[in-house]
Structure formats: C-alpha cells, structure tokens
Design a protein around this ligand. Structure first.
Ligand code: ADP
Ligand code: MG
Length: 493
C-alpha cells in the first residue's frame, strides 16, 4: 500500500488561559509579566487549611465560549481532583472537571475547509471544562538544578476537547486559529501561543482510507505554534504510516516534537501513564449555572466570527477576505463601521485589506489605531463611486490622508477625503460642457495632428488625451473625455 491509501484522523485538546483578575480558586492575582513567584498566596502554594472558591468571572467566560460553540450547558457540574506528583504542582493534585464537565457537545466551524457534502466544515466538540493551571518548571541550560515559578499555578483554564474528526495537519491549524479568533472575539483570553495562554496537544491516528473504525491514537504534547502543530502532526502521520507499512502495530504513546529533526519522539507509553485517581473534590460543592446567568451572558455576546464571515460572503466579499476580516474583532468592527457609513461591501473590503492594511502593516500599527477612520474611508469610496475622483486620484488622496493624519495625530482643520481632493485639485471633471471647451481648444491648437488623425493615423488620439489631461491638470474623467474626443474628431470642421 502507499501513503495515499491511508487517512489521518486528528483530535485536539486545547488549553486556554482565561482573562481574569484572580486565579481559578483564590483571590491571588494572575499576570503574565510578574517576576517569578510573586503572584502566590497560601492557596497557590498548597498550604494546609486553604479552601478553594470558584472564580465567577472565569465561569462567566466559560459560559460565553460554550454558548458561542453551541454546546449543551449543564446546570450542575462537578470539580474533581486529578492526582499526580510534579514539582510545579504543590498540592499534589490539580482541580479539574472530569466526569461531569459544565459543557458538552457543540462544534467549531473551520474556515476554508468543507465537509464531505461541500458545506463549511464543523468540528464537533466532546466537551469544555474548567481547571486550574500548574506552575512552571524552568530548566536552566548547563545547571544541575531546575527552577520553579508558582506564579502560574492556579491560573484559570478552559480545556476544549474536539472529537476525532479533523482530517489534515492544515485543518488542525485552521481549527486552532479559529478557536483563538473566537476566544479573542469573546474577550475571554489573550490566547497567545508564544506566551502560553493558548496551548495544544494533538491526538493522531491513521486508518485505511474508506474505513470507519478509528486507528490507535498517539498524543503529541505541548505544541506551541501553529506551524509546529501542523509540522508535528504531519511528521506523526508519516511515522505511523511507516510502521504500518513495515507490518508493525501502532502502540499508544505520548510524544514530543523534535523541531530540528522534524520528527516526533516517544516520551512515554500510555501503559506507564499515571493513574490520576480522580475523585470528587471534597472542598467544593457542585457548580450551579442558572439559566438566568446563561441568558445574561448570551445577551452580551459580541458578533461571532462564523456569523460575520457568513454575512460578508453573502455581501459578495471573497472568502479569503471574509476569513481575514473576521479573524480579529477590531478588523470586523472596522469593516462593519465602514459598511454602516454606506460603503459597498466589496469595495470596502478591497480598500481595507489592500490599501489600509498594507500601510498599517508596513508601519506596525494595529487597526484600532488607524489614522483613517471607517467613516473617512467610506467617504472616499463614495467619491469614487460618484465619479467625483478617479480611482488613481483616490489612491493619492488616501495616501495624503493617511500620511498627514498620522503625522499630525488628528489635524485641525479636520482633514477629510473631500478637503484633500479640493486642496490638491484631485476632483475629476465629468461635466461634458466644461470638458468640451478644453477638447475644442486642444483640437484647434493642433490642426496638423487633427489632419493626421483624419487621414487614418488613429494613434494621435492618445496625444489629444494627454493634452486635455495636461490642460485639466489630470482631472478630466477619462470616459467622458474619450466620448467627447470621438464625437468632436468625427465632426467635419
Ligand atoms: P485523554 O486525556 O486521555 O487524552 P481526552 O478525552 O481528554 O483523553 O482526549 C482525547 C482526545 O483524543 C480527543 O481530542 C479525541 O478527539 C482524540 N482522539 C480519541 N481517539 C482518537 C483517535 N483514534 N485518533 C485521533 N484522535 C483521537
Ligand atoms: Mg489527552
């Protein structure tokens, strides 16, 4: 058999650190930039006698994500202790939700991917649950000891577990990107892979194409970038197919990804995996989430990425642009304001993705700090639509507007596309009466060329266009000018 006879099946377990002022079960502050071991309290350190209290803000965030994914939210859920010994886990156990998570089911749309029926692909979720984070071991190269930072211990996490239905490394990366977009849109997490507020483990198996039974899965731990996620999964698919092709069986193992060699490496077999001895957390009553609470969170949900994309596509925006513009809440907000100010969708998305993002990216400025407001962009687009300025002049006006506003940080008197068009003489002359006088003057001033044109040397037409443009300082509407020229040159004198 060959590689093409196999089909990969992928399921992701994603951890997402929630944006809260304090930890999951204590009032201890959380933060990413604090010096090591400053964000600790008695609870974080696992000192005897401390009691956990769930963080209402974290639960609010969890409800928001579950609603956005269409999960079933359970009124009653439970916390459990997951026991294992690790230096960064001072209590010796982690509080998580095991058999009774607060949310099950639901799904996440993966932009750019389609299911077997050609509809936008949705990856179903197994569950979402709350848990607290562990601390961080810091291994200092060349030292015979490691350091531990307890600052992260107890930070609030959501774990989002997908069903094994992701079909390729690229789709896995797109799924994770969409999850990042979603939690950022909801404002519940910074979801930054580099900083560890978004982390991913990938479960991978392969099977004969056409088979419906799942193969044995292996789990790749701690993938900390979108690129490495896709590369690691691709490498693991290769490893498994190679083994099967050699007639071997796949053993369920936990792996890490070796970036240098582009290979997955076995860390431990599942057989010696810890028995976590889950038990219901005796210090916490069940978590109750009332329907009133759910309704309140639902009423505060912002526009969600999938709905935004669908809306943009329906308005004729290309799929690539729709995905891009819905990928960040501030980008979608900008487009929505431009549309609300009357700009046609396709034009607005072109100006935004090509001209504005081009400049902002070059200058390293985020869309929230764009010198050109959505309303100004809409005004400029309207001027082009009404033939007040040519497309070329519009680009010049845009460049001036962007540059001058950026320099002056909002200038007085207020700069708008119209004031710049006036000031710099960009207004297009479309009035046939006004243009006719100019054309007649040019023709009268060049009788020789007119003779040549009438003798069949049609190339001179370009010369006349140039002369009229010069006379009108480039402001003649090219279409109106062309029609005039054809008419007047066709006349006998
Ligand atoms: P555990 O904590 O033991 O890894 P979880 O239920 O938390 O178990 O996660 C299991 C993950 O493995 C899910 O994301 C699921 O989609 C994935 N998975 C399960 N079976 C397979 C399989 N055969 N191939 C690929 N992924 C799988
Ligand atoms: Mg797992």
């Amino acid at each position: 058999m060959s590689v093409a006879d196999y089909e990969p099946v992928i399921g992701l377990e994603v951890h997402c650190q929630l944006e809260t002022a304090s930890k999951m079960f204590s009032a201890c502050p959380v933060g990413l930039l604090a010096p090591p071991n400053t964000l600790v309290d008695a609870y974080t350190l696992g000192l005897p006698g401390t009691l956990p209290v769930p963080n209402a803000r974290a639960v609010h965030h969890g409800i928001a994500l579950a609603l956005a994914c269409g999960c079933q939210l359970h009124e009653r859920s439970r916390f459990a202790r997951k026991h294992y010994f690790y230096p960064d886990l001072p209590k010796g156990y982690q509080i998580t939700q095991a058999h009774e998570p607060y949310a099950t089911g639901g799904s996440l749309e993966v932009p750019g991917f389609r299911d077997a029926e050609g509809r936008p692909k949705r990856v179903p979720l197994v569950r979402i649950h709350f848990e607290e984070d562990a601390g961080k071991n810091v291994h200092v190269p060349g030292e015979d000891h490691s350091l531990i930072d307890y600052g992260r211990a107890g930070a609030p996490l959501l774990e989002i577990v997908s069903e094994p239905t992701i079909g390729s490394p690229e789709e896995a990366a797109a799924y994770l990107r969409e999850l990042r977009t979603l939690v950022r849109t909801l404002g519940i997490s910074q979801a930054n892979m580099e900083e560890g507020t978004l982390r991913c483990d990938a479960n991978v198996s392969v099977r004969r194409r056409g088979s419906t039974a799942l193969g044995v899965r292996c789990e790749i731990k701690n993938l900390n970038s979108f690129r490495f996620l896709a590369q690691a999964i691709a490498a693991e698919i290769r490893r498994q197919i190679d083994l099967l092709e050699q007639g071997q069986v796949i053993e369920s193992v936990t792996l890490s990804y070796d970036v240098e060699r582009d290979r997955t490496r076995v860390m431990r077999s599942k057989e010696d995996a810890a028995d976590y001895r889950y038990l219901p957390e005796p210090d916490l009553p069940p978590l109750w989430i009332s329907s009133e609470w759910i309704d309140r969170v639902r009423s505060e949900l912002p526009p969600l990425p999938a709905a935004r994309r669908a809306g943009y596509l329906a308005q004729g925006i290309s799929e690539d642009d729709a995905v891009l513009l819905a990928s960040e809440p501030a980008l979608g907000d900008y487009l929505d304001r431009t549309l609300a100010a009357g700009a046609p969708a396709k034009k607005a998305s072109n100006w935004l993705t090509v001209e504005l993002l081009g400049k902002l990216n070059a200058d390293g400025i985020g869309i929230e700090r764009s010198p050109v407001t959505p309303e100004a962009l809409a005004e400029l687009i309207a001027m082009v639509e009404a033939d007040e300025v040519s497309g070329r002049a519009a680009k010049a006006i845009f460049a001036s507007l962007y540059g001058e506003l950026r320099e002056s940080e909002g200038s007085t008197p207020p700069l708008t596309p119209r004031t710049i068009a006036e000031r710099d003489g960009h207004r297009q002359v479309s009035d046939a009466g006004v243009l006719e006088a100019a054309v007649r003057e040019v023709l009268a001033g060049h009788p020789e060329q007119v003779q040549q044109f009438r003798a069949g040397k049609t190339k001179v037409r370009g010369f006349f266009v140039g002369q009229v443009m010069k006379k009108t300082r480039g402001q003649a509407n090219p279409q109106v000018l062309g029609e005039l020229l054809d008419r007047l040159l066709g006349e006998d004198d």
